[in-house]
Design a protein around this ligand. Structure first.
Ligand SMILES: [Zn+2]
Length: 409
């Protein structure tokens, strides 16, 4: 790799010291502060750090942290990979990730959906992976449509190779201005945000996985890759058992997206798949923590679509603890709780905690799901019989539990 200009070298080095200081003083994992310092000193730092590297950007409403982790694992087949493993998915986090692996020829960056156009313009990434778009907390349908429109503009006229989920109509629309697209039938569990054609506003007809607009020509493209329960189908029609360790259908969908991205970098399935199997948890997600013989598996869910994915992973035979907060990153308004169908929890022992436990309690009561209210997560865990329990928490509730157990990874 060519040397960075002196100013960028300095900015990058100072950013790294700030990150170290931030970690030493216990203020965080340092992945954002270092990047912020670097960008203040050299606003063009991200472009300079991205130069000469082969980059993949991963964006979606749900699953981007996990897919970033899976793609990173697969690309390790080729060499060193820089990545923002802990979900710091805005430019400061990208600067930090690339600064920490200055010699890495490859980079896999999780990118916040709203920042994708800017980060694509700045880095000139060769590969972009787009998986799903749905409402995050209180975003409205019109807002995610505008977001997809910005993706279209950003991709238009660039040589970027896009890997996109054609089961999500809005993602399909957002990706379809790209010069080269590999379509993946990755599935779509949450359909509530896509009953209208993004192109003309007409009704979308759906039949099984297929969809098409009734009023214009917009329709589901033919996929080159697909996931069928626990099998991935590659473009040659070959079937691969997705015996990964991460649980649930959403993760098998993330895995097939990761295989398609790896293939775009020249890593064949037989080399990528063993690498995906090595991933057992992602930034604390799916980790099991233990206290006094209670084994709690931690599931994160940040929005209505995420709750459905967590329900899919949760074991119906086990008790379940739900924890909901409403701090900044969670969205202050908890009315999204009413978009989630909680009736699937009927018949399981359900424990409710978190700062907004009363909001969730009301929602469960209306859904006729019996539950026990607990003041704290510690209390909820202590009420369990020894053995396994599943925990679903939204963002800050999840981070609180994680830090209580020493930032479990
Ligand atoms: Zn239409």
């Amino acid at each position: 790799m060519t040397q960075l200009p002196l100013r960028a070298q300095l900015a990058s080095a100072l950013g790294r010291s700030a990150a170290t200081l931030s970690r030493m003083t216990g203020r965080g994992d340092g992945s954002v502060i270092g990047g912020r310092v670097g960008l203040l000193l050299e606003p063009d730092l991200l472009r300079k750090l991205a130069h000469d590297r082969k980059l993949a950007l991963i964006s979606a409403t749900n699953g981007k942290t996990t897919t970033t982790r899976l793609v990173t694992s697969a690309l390790l087949e080729l060499g060193e990979v820089a990545t923002n493993a802990f979900g710091a998915n805005m430019p400061a986090g990208h600067v930090s990730a690339l600064s920490q692996h200055k010699g890495a020829p490859y980079g896999v960056l999780e990118v916040d959906e709203k920042y994708l156009p800017e980060v694509l313009d700045t880095t000139g990434a060769g590969v972009v992976c787009l998986m799903n778009l749905s409402r995050d907390q209180m975003d409205r349908a019109a807002e995610i449509w505008l977001l997809a429109q910005k993706w279209r503009r950003a991709l238009s006229g660039k040589p970027t190779h896009v890997i996109a989920n054609c089961d999500d109509p809005l993602v399909t629309w957002g990706a379809s201005t790209a010069a080269k697209v590999t379509w993946v039938a990755g599935g779509q569990r949450w359909k509530e945000d896509s009953w209208c054609c993004p192109e003309c506003g007409g009704p979308l007809d759906r039949k099984d996985a297929d969809w098409a607009c009734r009023e214009c020509t917009f329709h589901r493209p033919e996929p080159q890759w697909a996931v069928d329960d626990d099998v991935a189908l590659d473009p040659a029609g070959e079937r691969w058992l997705l015996d990964i360790q991460l649980p649930g259908q959403a993760n098998r969908s993330n895995a097939v997206m990761a295989l398609a991205v790896a293939a775009a970098f020249g890593v064949p399935v037989d080399r990528a798949l063993p690498r995906l199997r090595e991933v057992t948890s992602v930034a604390g997600r799916y980790t099991t923590v233990e206290r006094d013989g209670r084994y709690a598996r931690l599931l994160l869910s940040k929005n209505p679509a995420g709750w459905l994915e967590a329900f899919d992973v949760a074991d119906p035979q086990l008790p379940i603890i739900l924890s909901v907060n409403a701090q900044g990153p969670d969205g202050r308004d908890t009315s999204w709780l009413w978009d989630v169908d909680y009736r699937i929890l009927r018949g399981r022992p359900v424990f409710v905690t978190g700062e907004r436990r009363l909001d969730l309690a009301l929602r469960l009561d209306v859904a006729e799901v019996p539950f026990t209210l607990c003041d704290t997560f510690t209390e909820a865990l202590a009420m369990q019989p020894p053995g396994k329990v599943d925990v679903i928490a939204n963002y800050t509730a999840f981070q609180q539990i994680r830090s209580e157990f020493g930032r479990a990874v």
